[in-house]
Structures are given as structure tokens and as C-alpha cells.
Design a protein around this ligand. Structure first.
Ligand SMILES: Cc1cc2nc3c(=O)[nH]c(=O)nc-3n(C[C@H](O)[C@H](O)[C@H](O)COP(=O)(O)O)c2cc1C
Length: 269
């Protein structure tokens, strides 16, 4: 009897909730015999007021008819996190095999990212910039040292100076905002480049997922001393790159196909 009670308790805890009715709305719904958390949540995110399934902090919701017609990514809350879900309730094909909606959306985002160098006048919102910075700091780092600082530049004069003084970053001049990821050599001397590169790639992918465009423009190792005085960057920080971010002026930029089977070696050379 005691064992039975423990088993019932364990199942209850694992299912994550306690269903009082079959209906969505009191936090749970029935899925067959077990209880699952209801996808409905309180309060819609901005721009998605028709959706019952919006999650705070996400642009879009998973269950919204208007959502699938939108080019913007959708989000839904899953295990306490927001996930982009471009498929938005539809099953999508990934290559030959049908894949999970989440995997499909993530892979599609990776495969369709392009470097964007021309932007419209529309400035990314503060929420979007915050989301890019969160994506950056979600990157893996050696020994989890997180040896980074991120400078958000939206001052027109500074953007102009960056564009004019760093020819490879001339795109900065036409951007509304740039992010400058820097490595802190007092925190990690040996792996800051890898760590900040991972953060940079996260920013590029997150921007693309949010309907923005961005490009990695190189600063380290050749132009750090040009950028340092413009942004008054202290000596312990090394700017890796400048990432102009904005709404793409050309919505039809096509990703380059860079997959080359000859670049793959199985086991040893
Ligand atoms: C380390 C690195 C440095 C780069 N430097 C510049 C740069 O200074 N200016 C620029 O316009 N693009 C720069 N890029 C972007 C590349 O030109 C671009 O990623 C490449 O042409 C492939 O195109 P895609 O990003 O559209 O796939 C850089 C990319 C990386 C990874």
C-alpha cells in the first residue's frame, strides 16, 4: 500500500501538474490519461493580441492563425523556456525525413542565415536588442568563464566614426545599432576568442530568427587599436568584431550553399 502511494505521488510529480478538469484554462489539460500543462498562458505579447497562446517576452505564439501567415518567428513556452517555432502548428519537412517542429525551425534558421549589410531606417526595439544579448550570453564558454562584455552602440556620431575609420565595418554607418562583443583577457586569456566567437554566432542566428539581419565585421586582431579610442574601450577588453544589426533592406537575400562533401573526413585522414 505504501509503495502504491509513493508510485502515485511520483507519477503526479513527474506529470508536472494536477488536472482538475479536462479543459484548458486552469493550467492543465488532459492528454490521454496523463495531465500536461496547458499551453494557454496569461497575457499576450505585443503584436499578437489575437493569440491566446502568447508568452511574455516572445514575439509570437504557437497557436495563432495569424501567426503562420506572418514571417516573424513564433514562440511557445516549453519547459519554462520560449522556443522559436516557425512551423507554428504545421508539420514541416526537413530534407527527406520529417523532423520535430523545434529541430526543423532551428535547422531552417541556421541554413537560411545570411550576412546582411544594408538596412532600412527602422531601428530594432530595445526588447529585440535585449533578446540578442541574452542569446549572446547563452553561448558556451571554456570553463564557463563567460569572459565577455557587449557594447551596444546606437549613437549616430559613433556609428559614423566606426564606419569611416574601420573600412571593413563601413556597414556600421548605415545601421541603426551595432553590438560590439569584447573579450576580457583578465578573465580568460587562452579561450576568449572562441568564447566571444560563439556569442557572436548566437547573435547572428538570433537576429535572423527575429526577422532582423546582421553581419560579423572583423576588428580583432588587426583593428582593435582603431576601435578602442572611438568607444573608449578599457585595456583589459579586446573587441572581437562589430555587428551591425537592423531590418534587412533586401528581403530576398539568398543564403550561400557552402556544404561541400569533400570537406568531410570520416575517422582518420
Ligand atoms: C571572422 C569573420 C570575419 C568577417 N569579417 C567581415 C568584415 O570585416 N566585413 C564584412 O562585411 N563581412 C565580414 N564577415 C562576413 C563574411 O564575409 C561572410 O560570413 C561570408 O562571406 C559568408 O557569407 P554569409 O555570412 O552570408 O554566409 C566576416 C565573417 C567572419 C566569420
Amino acid at each position: 500500500m505504501k509503495k502504491l502511494f509513493v508510485a502515485v505521488l511520483a507519477i503526479g510529480l513527474l506529470s508536472g501538474c494536477c488536472c482538475k478538469s479536462d479543459k484548458c484554462g486552469d493550467g492543465c489539460q488532459k492528454d490521454g490519461k496523463s495531465c500536461v500543462k496547458c499551453e494557454k498562458c496569461e497575457g499576450c505579447a505585443e503584436g499578437c493580441d489575437k493569440c491566446p497562446g502568447c508568452v511574455e517576452g516572445c514575439d509570437k505564439c504557437a497557436k495563432c492563425e495569424g501567426c503562420s501567415k506572418s514571417e516573424k518567428p513564433c514562440c511557445k513556452k516549453e519547459q519554462g523556456r520560449c522556443h522559436k517555432d516557425k512551423a507554428c502548428g504545421e508539420k514541416k519537412e526537413c530534407g527527406k525525413d520529417k523532423c520535430e517542429k523545434k529541430a526543423c525551425a532551428v535547422l531552417e534558421n541556421i541554413m537560411t542565415r545570411v550576412s546582411v549589410r544594408q538596412f532600412t531606417e527602422q531601428k530594432p526595439s530595445e526588447e529585440q536588442i535585449q533578446m540578442l544579448l541574452k542569446a549572446a550570453m547563452a553561448a558556451p564558454t571554456g570553463r564557463n568563464l563567460q569572459p565577455w562584455k557587449f557594447i551596444v552602440v546606437d549613437d549616430k556620431e559613433l556609428l559614423k566614426s566606426i564606419g569611416e575609420q574601420l573600412p571593413y565595418s563601413n556597414v556600421a554607418n548605415g545601421a541603426q545599432v551595432c553590438i560590439v562583443p569584447c573579450g576580457d583577457v583578465t578573465v580568460s586569456q587562452d579561450m576568449w576568442v572562441e568564447d566571444v566567437s560563439a556569442a557572436t554566432e548566437n547573435i547572428l542566428l538570433a537576429a535572423h530568427a527575429m526577422g532582423l539581419g546582421a553581419v560579423w565585421t572583423a576588428v580583432h586582431p588587426f583593428r582593435t587599436d582603431v576601435l578602442r579610442p572611438i568607444l573608449n574601450i578599457p585595456e583589459n577588453l579586446i573587441p572581437l568584431c562589430v555587428i551591425p544589426v537592423g531590418y534587412p533592406a533586401d528581403a530576398n537575400l539568398q543564403p550561400k550553399d557552402k556544404f561541400k562533401p569533400e570537406n568531410i573526413q570520416r575517422n582518420a585522414f
